[in-house]
Write a protein that binds this ligand. Structure first.
Ligand SMILES: *Cc1c(COP(=O)(O)O)cnc(C)c1O
Length: 445
């Protein structure tokens, strides 16, 4: 834990006086890996610079949004241009229409979309619509899936809740917790049994389209039926809805998100029509500015005020800078960009696997489209229990050695690694140079 140098250490001390744990989002505090987080002052392409002038290759990408690399010229120019025309109107503006049109054109189940300011707001609002549409209260979620810090969805959540081994969150009322049923990810029998008993009470199943907040867990097919399709069919048979959370996978796993990987007509799947009723987005959709969105069938989205009875609003929703950044990012994500992302992702997976294998470190790499993560255990990870059974101490040693080698990984064993189109061969070479020492450190248990 040697890396933090004077300026970051000083900032962290000051931060801890005035900000709880010194951070505005828990995982940033390096609590599970120990040490002091570098305070970042600059980012360009695939590189980060901290307050001490130390440079790192970035594999966090602000947890997803920076898919075109940091300070991408097209995105920055779009934001600069928008800023010159006013920072916020609190009234309709053209960028909202263009961004919604782009999403609707890419994601078949989304007929209408509403913009919010974060992924948390998106899932919270989608859940409200689902409860209003069905007149039911109960929501089913899966252990290890993270849907933002919505009260009803924090039980056995992934991301920071997993990183700090918390069962859920204090401050959630018993009544709220009672309306949430948590099942093991991928457990079709448990879901079928639950619906047999309580189907008439269930408003919705919410799932990550591919779990990526306990590390990446690939949804499995059984007899040619993918897990997401199974969820849709199970929900619909009981008059419940499926909310597919693509905050992380959206516009990253493929051009159409994870629905483009396992939806009808996707390569290797059957054409059997199925669709989630509501979908949520965030991260990439804002290109680094605060944007979330939820959308789906027109009849469901029509329940929103002012036409319908479901209230949902936002002073800064559809903000012109945010929509400019999101739109410029999606425009930059053409087929060529996904090809670049895919090859960078695969090359990185291969070099990590090689280094860990050479050092004799048990590991498994799992993918969802161009998204991937590395688990420090031998067997495939299918559930949250599997993910928790990995060797987090080995990850911690690996993490710090990578940081010493100038590579900034997510500071948690339960997170995906994020590449961007700025992860060129030269950048990948710099990661390759850091890997042998880090794999060696991981091996020294
Ligand atoms: C990040 C994330 C969220 C929460 O988004 P915020 O913008 O952090 O509120 C919700 N769902 C998933 C799948 C996520 O990865």
């Amino acid at each position: 834990m040697t890396h933090p140098t004077a300026a970051s250490a000083d900032l962290f001390t000051r931060a801890q006086q005035v900000i709880p744990s010194g951070v505005n989002s828990p995982v940033r505090a390096f609590g599970s890996v120990g040490g002091t987080p570098p305070f970042l002052t600059n980012a360009k392409g695939a590189l980060l610079t901290d307050a001490d002038g130390t440079e790192y290759v970035d594999l966090v990408g602000s947890w997803g949004p920076m898919i075109l690399g940091h300070a991408n010229e097209r995105v920055v120019e779009a934001v600069r241009e928008a800023a010159g025309h006013g920072l916020s109107f609190g009234a309709p503006q053209p960028g909202e229409v263009s961004l919604a049109e782009e999403v609707v054109s890419r994601i078949a189940p989304v007929e209408q979309l509403r913009l919010v300011n974060s992924g948390t707001e998106a899932t919270m609002s989608a859940l409200r619509v689902a409860r209003a549409a069905t007149g039911r209260d109960v929501v089913v979620k899966f252990a290890g899936c993270y849907h933002g810090h919505v009260d009803a969805l924090l039980a056995e959540a992934g991301s920071g809740v997993a990183t700090f081994a918390m069962p859920g969150s204090a401050g959630v009322t018993a009544a709220t917790a009672r309306d949430t049923v948590v099942l093991p990810y991928g457990d079709r029998e448990a879901l079928t049994a639950l619906f047999a008993e309580r189907g008439h009470e269930i408003a919705a199943i919410i799932t990550e389209a591919a779990p990526a907040n306990m590390g990446v867990v690939t949804p499995l097919e059984v007899d040619g039926v993918g897990f997401n399709r199974f969820l849709a069919e199970t929900a619909h048979a009981a008059g419940a809805l499926l909310i597919s959370d693509e905050v992380l996978t959206g516009f990253r796993a493929s051009r159409e998100g994870y629905y483009g990987v396992d939806g009808p007509g996707a390569q290797g799947t059957t054409d059997e029509a199925w669709a989630p009723d509501l979908m949520t987005f965030g991260k990439v959709i804002g290109g680094g500015l605060p944007v979330g969105a939820f959308g789906g069938r027109k009849d469901l989205m029509g329940l929103l005020a002012p036409a319908g009875p479901v209230y949902q609003a936002g002073t800064l929703s559809g903000n012109p800078l945010a929509t400019a950044a999101g739109l410029a990012t999606l425009e930059g994500l053409d087929e060529a960009a996904y090809t670049t992302l895919g090859s960078a992702s695969r090359a990185l997976q291969q070099m990590v696997a090689d280094a860990l294998t050479t050092a004799g470190v048990p590991h498994v790499i799992q993918t969802a489209g161009t998204l991937f993560s590395v688990f420090f255990r031998e067997q495939p990870v299918e559930t949250y229990e599997d993910a928790k059974a990995q060797d987090t101490a080995a990850f911690t040693r690996f993490f710090h050695a990578m940081l010493d080698g100038g590579v900034y990984l997510p500071p948690s064993a339960f997170e995906a690694w994020f590449v961007s189109t700025a992860h060129t061969d030269e950048i990948l070479d710099r990661i390759a140079a850091a890997l042998p020492a880090a794999a060696g450190a991981a091996a020294q248990g």
